[in-house]
Design a protein around this ligand. Structure first.
Ligand code: ZN
Length: 122
């Protein structure tokens, strides 16, 4: 069991991937609402949505066209689309989606031991 480092370093050897970042601007007030990130072009309706000015965390959306302007509620359109190279592989998104359900292994193990100890007393 001496491998925690190699598993966490795995991503650094990847050359990065190209993603497309589109700025979404409001039709009505013209303010920049945020950016939508996708791995393809032309831009599909789904992608990773990042509200501008820290209005919230990045999140996956099924259709960015349903997102509305934070200021006036107007519809958004893609202002610019630029290709960028990503190396982080959306680590921030993974952090926001904690694994649910399963308790950690050590806890399962401890509970099992307590249960066994209790049973052996009978
Ligand atoms: Zn607006």
């Amino acid at each position: 069991m001496r491998e925690p480092e190699s598993s966490s370093r795995g991503h650094e050897s990847t050359p990065g991937r190209t993603v497309y970042l589109a700025e979404l601007q409001c039709f009505l007030c013209g303010s920049l609402a945020g950016t939508i990130e996708s791995d393809r072009k032309p831009l599909p309706p789904y992608g990773i949505w990042r509200p501008a000015d820290g209005h919230g965390p990045a999140q996956r959306v099924a259709d960015w066209r349903s997102i509305r302007c934070q200021r006036c509620g107007g519809a958004l359109y893609t202002e610019t689309l630029e290709a960028v190279i990503r190396h982080d592989d959306n680590e921030e998104l993974r952090k926001e989606a904690p694994r649910r359900g399963r308790p950690p292994k050590w806890l399962v193990e401890e509970r099992r031991r307590q249960r066994e100890a209790a049973e052996s007393r009978i």
